[in-house]
Design a protein around this ligand. Structure first.
Ligand SMILES: [Zn+2]
Ligand SMILES: [Zn+2]
Length: 385
């Protein structure tokens, strides 16, 4: 009898199933198999569970997440097999051996198209695939996602060696920290007068989920002045303070007008220098723009999946008259992982990263785990296969 792998499979919107999938009978050149230790449930997975499937809508890369699929792209596990005959599998050419702990970037790009050759870091590739998103579980290699006992990392996947001293939680959370590279991008604009993210700037983070929390930490590390976290959960706002926020504002009972007034009250009447959107709802963009000072920067990253959400802007008032820098962002750069692993560990005393993982589930509780991730008090829910 051939070997099987227990996996939590998303078979349809709203429906998880525990299945025995075939263990891949061969490894393509450049592929590896990892025994999973931990895999997070991301907002993207939650969108798929709600039937919101479109990634990179309106671009050459537009594609839908598929069913049935093994999700899980925030991964940590141990290499058990690999096919490195054609070259090294690890990201920067380091030797990799069976038994090493690794994490991976979800993005698999062709490396040959115009975008792959001209734009570094962010995956604009038209033939982009997402590990734990766009691979079907009913055809070889079946287990291209982390919610399983074993995961198949396909050829061209970016694979990073996790330092031996680093706890598995840090490896699993590293992808979230890499997303904060958006704040580094905003820093680049500080070369232009009054634009971008300057030392001492007031930064507002819309949404205090796991990504929001990482943004707070990163803003602190990059030299923010006042950091204001927004959310509807008092528990999350308290934790945001432990991550470096000076102030948490519970927006659940506030009108947009009251919120804008509150932010102005914290900024000598001007508004915030930088606002980062991590809520993942289009509707928060308008109030976010209104919180900005003239010439401020708005960093959009939460709406990674196309929910069909639209907003109406007064282009003169919301953008032009205020000289807003509006920075759209999807995904994260694959060159950020080693930096993330290193910097999270260096600052482990300053930021309680381990508190971001609020719930752990076995694969057998797949349905309950994914449902739990929608609980407003849950931060990162993980599978421990
Ligand atoms: Zn993610
Ligand atoms: Zn490409």
């Amino acid at each position: 009898m051939s070997r099987t792998v227990k996996a939590a499979v998303m078979v349809a919107p709203g429906k998880m199933e525990v299945q025995e999938l075939p263990y891949p009978d061969h490894l393509e050149p450049g592929a590896a198999i990892v025994k999973m230790e931990m895999s997070g449930i991301c907002g993207t997975d939650k969108h798929a569970f709600k039937g919101e499937l479109t990634l990179y809508g309106g671009t050459e890369s537009e594609q839908d997440m598929v069913f049935p699929s093994v999700h899980g792209h925030e991964n940590a596990g141990i290499v058990v097999e690999m096919n490195d005959k054609d070259g090294p599998i690890e990201y920067s050419g380091q030797p990799l051996k069976v038994g090493d702990r690794v994490t991976n970037c979800p993005n698999v790009i062709c490396g040959e198209c115009w975008y792959c050759r001209n734009i570094h870091g962010y995956p604009y590739c038209a033939s982009h695939q997402g590990i734990g998103m766009t691979y079907r579980a009913d055809r070889f290699p079946y287990i291209v996602g982390g919610w399983a006992e074993y995961m198949y990392l396909p050829p061209k996947a970016w694979v990073y060696k996790v330092p031996e001293y680093l706890p598995v939680e840090y490896a699993c959370l590293s992808e979230l920290f890499v997303v904060t590279a958006l704040l580094d991008r905003a820093k680049e604009y500080a070369a232009y007068g009054g634009k971008g993210f300057h030392f001492g700037d007031t930064v507002v983070i819309q949404g205090s989920g796991a990504i929001g929390m990482m943004m707070v930490a990163k803003a602190r590390l990059l030299g923010a002045g006042k950091i204001i976290a927004l959310d509807t959960s008092p528990t999350k706002l308290e934790l945001a303070k432990q991550f470096g926020a000076d102030l948490g504002i519970d927006v659940s009972q506030m009108s947009d007008k009251e919120l804008v007034e509150a932010i102005r009250g914290e900024t000598e009447g001007r508004g915030a220098d930088v606002v980062v959107e991590t809520v993942g709802q289009a509707s928060v963009l308008k109030v976010g723009l209104e919180m900005l000072r003239r010439g401020g920067a708005y960093l959009e990253t939460g709406n990674f999946v196309d929910t069909g959400g639209t907003v109406t802007l007064n282009v003169h008032r919301d953008l032009a008259a205020k000289n807003v820098l509006l920075y759209g962002n999807s995904n994260h750069p694959h060159d950020g992982y080693y930096v993330a692993l290193d910097m999270m560990w260096r600052h482990r005393e300053q930021f309680p990263f381990h508190k971001l993982i609020t719930h752990r589930y076995g694969l057998d509780q797949a349905q309950a785990a994914v449902e739990k991730s929608f609980d407003p008090e849950a931060l990162k829910v993980v599978f421990v296969p």
